[in-house]
Every structure is written in C-alpha cells, then in structure tokens.
Design a protein around this ligand. Structure first.
Ligand code: ADP
Length: 560
C-alpha cells in the first residue's frame, strides 16, 4: 500500500521524473484519500486476479509479457470535482491518465493502459450509483461503476422487470457506461448499446465539465436546485429522450477515444415486450453458413428477427460446456471429423443460431412460423426451445441473456486450453452468405496455421455482422502467446486487404488497426490527431488509445 513518504512505481510515465510523480501522487492522496490510491511498486507481484476480482494494473489476458502494459498507480476518484482536480494536476506535469469504469474489458486489454506508467483512473470503484431509472421514459442514468448485473438486480429489487429490461452482453459484470463507450453489443432488440445511449456527462482534458445532446440545455432553475454544482444539477428533461440536441453531434468523440472522462451516461431500457420465447436452430454442415446468412439478412432487415441474434460455431458452444481435453486428447486443432463427433454428442449443428421472439403469443407465433419456414430450406436444420434441450445447454444460458438477465456461463470457453486467456479478433462483415464464407475461410485457415482451434460467432446487427473470433491461448506458454499474437496481426492484414476492418480491439494491435483505416492518405487518423492536440494539448488522456497519439509522443516509436 501507498502511505510511504516516497512513492516509487515499478514504471514511471514517459518523461516524468520520480520527484514529479511523487508530488503528483501526494496531491492526489489529498484529493481522493489514501484508500483510493495504489502505487504499483513491483513487477514481480502482479496478480492476474479473476473475472470476479479484476486487476487494475495490467492485462490478465496478456499476449505479450505480463507487465508489458503496466500502470504506475491506480486512483479511484469519488466525485466529479475530484476527477476535475486530478485532470488539472495531471496537466501540470503531463501525467498520462487511463480512465476505466470497471476494468474487465475482457479480451481487449482489461484495465491496462496503452502507455506503461500511466495512472489508471478507476472510475467505477466509488462512482457506482444508479442515478435514475425512469419508467415512463424507459431509460436510466448511470455512473461508471454500474454493471449490467447491478442494473438487472435493481430492476428485480424494485419489481420493475415487468416494465423494463436492461440489454446485457455475454457476461454481466462489465460497466454499462464502459461497454457503451467501447460500442459493445448485447442481444435483445436494444443490442447496439451505442445506438441506445442518450446524453453523456464528460470531464474534458482541461477539467471543464460537458453535458452532450439535450443535456446542454439547462433545466429551468428551481429554488431547490439553486446553487447546486453543475454535476449535481438535474438533467434537462429531454436529455435521455433525444440523443442529438443541436449542432454538431459530439458524443462520438468520446467513444473508443481519448478526449474525455465520462462521468454519467443516459441509457435506454427495453420495455418489457409482454411475452418472450428464445430458440435455437441447429445447422448441420460447415458450408451451410452461406445459406444461413442469406436467410438471416432479409429477416433481420425487416425486423421479423427482432433482436441481435448470433450464429455460433460448434466449438464455441462446446467450449462453454467443457474444456478441449474433455472432448479430445489432441493438442493440435480439431479436425472436421472431431467437430462432427462433438456436434453429435452435444446434439448441436456445426453452426447454431440463437434468437428470440418478443411480444404476445400471436405475434411470436407469426414471427416463428416465418423464421421456421425460411430456415427449413436448409436440409437437416432442427428447431429447439429451451425445454427441448439438456439441463446445461447453451440455449438455456442464451434464454436468459436474450431477455436481459445477465449470466457468467460464457466465461467457461476461456478454459478451452489450460491457463486459458483470450483475445478477440472482431472484423465487420457484410451480412451476406458469400462474405461470411470468405471471412470464415480466412480466419479458419489462419487459426489452423497458428495451431489454434477456431472458436467464433457471427453477431447479427441491422445490416452487418460483428464476426467475433475468440483467440484462446495458454498464457503461460511463450509459444502459444507468440502464435496468438501472430494470428491476430496476420488476420488484421489479411482482412484489410479484402476490405474488412475491426470494430474494436486489444491494446496490442490498436496502432495496426488504425493503420488499416487509411482511406485517402489516412485522413481519418490525421483528423483525430488534430482533435486530440486541440482538445488535449498536453496529451494526458489515454495516449495511444485506438492508435491516436498526441504530439508529445513520437507515434513511430510507440507503434506496435
Ligand atoms: P468493462 O465495462 O468491460 O469493465 P472498462 O471499464 O475497462 O470495461 O472500460 C473499457 C474501456 O472503455 C476502457 O479501457 C476505456 O478506454 C473506456 N472507458 C471506460 N470508462 C471510461 C470513462 N469513464 N471515461 C472514458 N473512457 C472510459
């Protein structure tokens, strides 16, 4: 712990002297209290923690060395004004700050900063309140530390589930605010989290406080709100109802970015649809992927498919139910025959499509008959409701997820191999059979070359698919990590060469991916750099995030 008079971090921020760091930390201790400051003094005692108890110092799913991305200190502010004080002090000495909300961000770097020696700002530890749940407007306002599970439990506790559901991702422990900023997805009709947010409050790199959208319009003052600090003032009544406000829409600048620290977020909740039925369609052959995706596209576009459904590869489902060793003694990638055998054993297809129907029974029945009829064009497909499947089936888990009940079962697939860790490779694909087949063929082939199994899923958006390839590796094996790193780097270039780009990524490949978004002489990156330098002149907020570097850093030197 950090109450010694001198703070000596294992790694200092770039160009910062120990004395400056010490003065900064001493001041920060005064601001947030010593309980909310941890200086990381040794590289030898890094604890990877667990999903339940995440670490804030480094990435527990390290694909490089464990301490490659390492914090100098972890600081947890308690209020907006403390965040402003920290930001102002960081400006004085150019200390890089890396804001996180809960810090799980599994597969994308956890809480670790891109620049070692950054001070990780643990926004969620103390700022974790559900500020409002508005039933008539079907929205909530949350602080960074509110997880999907917290929101769900709130709805249960206050008997609101019959009115409102919260959309949840595969795992319930992440921050609603953090996940939305990263443009993460869930699986109800409100699966596109970014699309469903309305109104954000942001501490800018100068320390000023901004509310976006209709939040910029002051709510008329009443006697009881006179004299309140800006962050405590009530929001404009329409801030969570209409996201855009007036003038340039700036919300996007704070997502996957390094231009501010978000302190509050408005989020739409899904009105209970008055009826629900999850389903599974098993699709027997590998090559049926093509036909399945072409069946899905018009159904999803026309909203006969109401939610964000997923088309999952057999090994992803198999991995939720057991480790590789439980299926096979092979170390090398499993063969087609192995996979057929596993599918048979689990009563699944080579691809498995998980969706849900929402609304009163006559509506569900109508939708279901259309979906069944369309899928029946594929020979050998089978249709299931949860009660038709085994006690521990993936459908029974998805049954919860697709109605906004958070679960933790999907954590299991990380244990496919011993000392399992994972990286996500997440390219966007056109929702078309041919494109899906091409993207699948390339990723599968490269996985084989790397000696790793292909575990993946296509998450169906409105018109595209987030193809999520789960690269699972043994983090205690240098060999395995090298393979995983080679695999993701190779896939990024392979895909870019075919016009496919990733929607989100791990710290280790942010520069490479930003480099692929290079249309017209990389004007997107240049534009982002202009903004970065204007809005954050000392380059203190999350340098390197998404491959955007402030002028204080020589990006060629930092490039990974
Ligand atoms: P999770 O919700 O999975 O626990 P994190 O809390 O780690 O995820 O957030 C994921 C990423 O989102 C962070 O690495 C950071 O880039 C960004 N982020 C999270 N919270 C904030 C915030 N309050 N302000 C600015 N950026 C944030």
């Amino acid at each position: 712990h950090s109450n010694a008079s001198a703070y000596k971090p294992a790694v200092l921020p770039p160009r910062v002297m120990l004395q400056q760091f010490n003065d900064f930390i001493k001041y920060i201790v005064e601001v947030v209290g010593s309980d909310n400051v941890d200086v990381i003094t040794s590289k030898d005692m890094l604890d990877d923690g667990s999903y339940e108890k995440p670490t804030y110092t480094h990435d527990p799913h390290y694909v490089l060395e464990q301490d490659f991305f390492l914090a100098s200190a972890v600081v947890a502010p308690r209020t907006v004004s403390e965040v402003q004080k920290i930001v102002r002090a960081a400006n004085d000495v150019s200390i890089p700050l890396w804001p996180i909300s809960i810090g799980r961000n599994s597969g994308y770097g956890g809480a670790a900063p891109r620049v070692s020696g950054s001070v990780v700002l643990n926004m969620g530890k103390n700022m974790n309140k559900i500020l409002e749940v508005n039933v008539d407007g079907a929205y909530c306002v949350v602080e960074p530390g509110v997880s999907f599970m917290d929101m769900h439990e709130y709805l249960v506790e206050y008997n609101l589930r019959d009115k409102l559901w919260v959309d949840v991702p595969d795992l319930g422990g992440g921050s609603i605010l953090g996940n939305t900023l990263e443009r993460g997805v869930g699986y109800t009709p409100y699966g596109d989290h970014w699309m469903m947010h309305s109104g954000m409050e942001v501490v800018l790199p100068t320390g000023e406080l901004l509310r976006t959208g209709m939040g910029a319009l002051p709510e008329p003052r009443r006697p009881e709100t006179m004299g309140l600090r800006p962050e405590d003032q009530p929001w404009n009544k329409t801030a969570q109802l209409f996201p855009y406000g007036f003038g340039p829409y700036v919300d996007g600048l704070f997502s996957q970015s390094n231009l501010g620290i978000v302190t509050k977020l408005g989020m739409w909740l899904f009105p209970n649809p008055g009826g629900y039925q999850s389903y599974l369609i098993t699709i027997p052959r590998d090559e049926d992927l093509k036909q399945a995706v072409d069946i899905i596209r018009p159904l999803r576009l026309s909203m006969v498919m109401q939610n964000v459904p997923t088309l999952r590869h057999i090994l992803l489902d198999a991995a939720v139910l057991g480790s590789k060793a439980q299926y096979s003694s092979k170390i090398e990638p499993l063969s087609d025959d192995d996979m057929d055998e596993i599918a048979k054993k689990l009563n699944l297809g080579r691809w498995n499509f998980y969706g849900a129907l929402y609304g009163p029974e006559p509506i569900r029945n109508a939708m279901w008959s259309v979906i069944q009829q369309c899928f029946s064009a594929i020979p050998g497909v089978k249709f299931y409701f949860p009660e038709d499947t085994a006690e521990n089936s993936v459908l029974r888990v998805r049954h919860k997820t697709l109605q906004g009940i958070p679960t933790f079962d999907e954590l299991k697939w990380i244990d496919w191999v011993p000392n399992g860790a994972h990286l996500f490779f997440s390219p966007i694909a056109k929702c078309a059979g041919e494109d899906a087949m091409m993207q699948y063929a390339i990723t599968k082939k490269r996985c084989r070359e790397a000696g790793l199994d292909f575990l993946g899923t296509f998450t169906i958006g409105m018109r595209e698919m987030h193809h999520i390839v789960c690269i699972v590796f043994n983090k205690k094996s240098a060999e395995d990590k090298k393979k995983a790193h080679w695999l993701i780097r190779t896939l990024i270039d392979d895909c870019a060469a075919r016009g496919w780009g990733e929607y989100r990524t791990h710290l280790a490949v942010m520069d490479q991916i930003m480099g692929t978004y290079s249309w017209n002489d990389s004007v997107l990156l240049k534009f982002n750099e202009v903004l970065k330098n204007a809005i954050d002149p000392n380059g203190i907020i999350a340098p390197g995030k998404s491959g955007v570097w402030p002028k204080q850093y020589d990006k060629r030197e930092w490039k990974l």
